[in-house]
Design a protein around this ligand. Structure first.
Ligand SMILES: Cc1cc2nc3c(=O)[nH]c(=O)nc-3n(C[C@H](O)[C@H](O)[C@H](O)COP(=O)(O)OP(=O)(O)OC[C@H]3O[C@@H](n4cnc5c(N)ncnc54)[C@H](O)[C@@H]3O)c2cc1C
Length: 373
């Protein structure tokens, strides 16, 4: 089959680039090594009728009108604003930390522990909040998450949460927030409708079968593309232990409860999926399904979730990137290709930008990884 573009991976990045190119009249072939499309936003329905996000809870939110309009072409969304709790001293407290909690714990006129410029994640947190608050909410959680001391992590990680003056319980405050009415798997199938997708096909095992002159948009792990010859990039993932509780309809007060303390178990968070469903539908289901997530260092690429935020991995990634950029007709992108945590809306925005850049190149022109810059 002759195609203009080969797309490796059917997650948000691959699927949206495919959709945009096909809508512009180009032909594409998508390869996916898993048994399903959708990458890590995929979800499934448990026999009880409860919908589970297979690779961890996904709360869609964006402040961008353009991205909201784009996803709304493929699915309706029901409103869902994630409000999380952290279990601290045996009580469920807001996450992000409520302003009133900080005042209660350390007094009205509180100030952050550190004023100086931070050189690591721990210092960045201490420049945002008092030490007591950091130790109760952040230190234990982060060390469970990454398996290393918080002082070994990158400063930028602290940019993923804020410290509130008020008690706004929302995890994020963007204008548009929701979950696809028929689930993420259906959203992804709709994005890829009428686009040829080859499932169970690992591109790296079969690359000689595909035409080298056709632009390859590769959204798999960048180190795997080079057969890990400079070493493996580090990732963290989660083991998920599911438990269906037939005799109770509600286990906890919200969809996600974080467990920052080492004393209350190794798991990092407990999810209760019914909270993330449309209430009218969830109320009809008897029993409830909870999932305890425990962080692991995965060896199986399929379980790679969070790129490891430290200088060594960043340096290794830059070495692979430099090599990828000079290979003609190759574009490496997406969360695994760019070794970068992207929220869904960021992944979509990036995919739309890349697709527009690809289309703006002349058909005959050689496209190289420079396009990803
Ligand atoms: C635990 C967790 C929770 C998250 N929660 C949220 C959230 O609440 N809100 C939010 O906005 N974002 C969330 N995200 C981020 C979201 O998952 C990503 O933005 C999204 O998955 C990025 O899509 P992608 O296409 O870049 O990567 P992926 O979804 O990983 O897609 C890559 C695809 O490529 C395939 N592939 C890889 N190698 C090959 C190969 N050699 N051959 C063929 N196919 C291959 C993979 O099987 C996969 O399907 C979360 C992420 C994680 C890890």
């Amino acid at each position: 089959m002759k195609t203009d573009f080969l797309i490796v991976g059917s997650g948000l990045t691959g699927a949206i680039i495919a959709r945009t190119l096909v809508d512009a009249g180009r032909s594409v072939l998508v390869l996916e090594r898993r048994s399903h499309v959708g990458g890590n936003v995929y979800d499934e329905t448990h026999s009880s009728g409860i919908r589970v996000h297979t690779y961890g809870p996904h709360y869609f939110r964006t402040g961008s009108e353009k991205i909201w309009e784009f996803v709304s072409r493929f699915s309706d969304f029901y409103p869902y604003v994630a409000c999380l709790k952290s279990e601290v001293d045996g009580r469920l407290e807001n996450w992000p930390i409520a302003g009133s909690y900080i005042k209660r714990a350390v007094g009205e006129g509180w100030s952050a522990e550190l004023g100086q410029q931070a050189s690591n994640f721990e210092e960045a947190c201490l420049s945002m909040m008092p030490r007591l608050i950091y130790e109760k909410f952040v230190k234990g959680y982060s060390e469970k998450q990454w398996g290393v001391p918080a002082s070994a992590l990158d400063t930028a990680l602290a940019g993923r949460f804020d410290v509130r003056e008020d008690d706004d319980p929302r995890l994020k405050t963007q204008k548009y927030q929701g979950i696809p009415s028929q689930g993420y798997a259906a959203l992804m199938r709709n994005i890829l409708r009428d686009i040829p997708v080859l499932l169970h096909c690992d591109y790296l095992k079969h690359r000689s079968l595909f035409r080298p002159e056709c632009l390859t948009i590769y959204t798999g792990p960048i180190d795997a593309y080079f057969n890990y010859d400079l070493g493996k990039l580090g990732y963290r993932g989660q083991r998920r232990d599911h438990q269906y509780l037939p005799d109770i309809d509600c286990y906890q007060e919200c969809g996600q409860v974080n467990n920052p303390s080492a004393d209350s178990g190794a798991h990092i968070r407990t999810l209760e999926w019914k909270h993330m469903m449309e209430k009218a539908y969830a109320d009809k289901i008897s029993g409830t399904l909870i999932t305890r997530e425990t962080t692991i260092t995965p060896t199986d690429e399929d379980l790679y979730e969070y790129p490891f935020p430290d200088a060594g991995n960043h340096h290794l990634y830059c070495q692979y990137l430099a090599r990828a950029k000079v290979i003609p007709q190759l574009l490496v992108c997406g969360r695994l290709g760019e070794y970068r945590y992207y929220d869904m809306d960021q992944a979509i925005g990036r995919a739309l930008t890349l697709a527009e850049r690809i289309l703006s190149y002349d058909r005959e022109q050689t496209i190289s990884g420079e396009i990803g810059l």
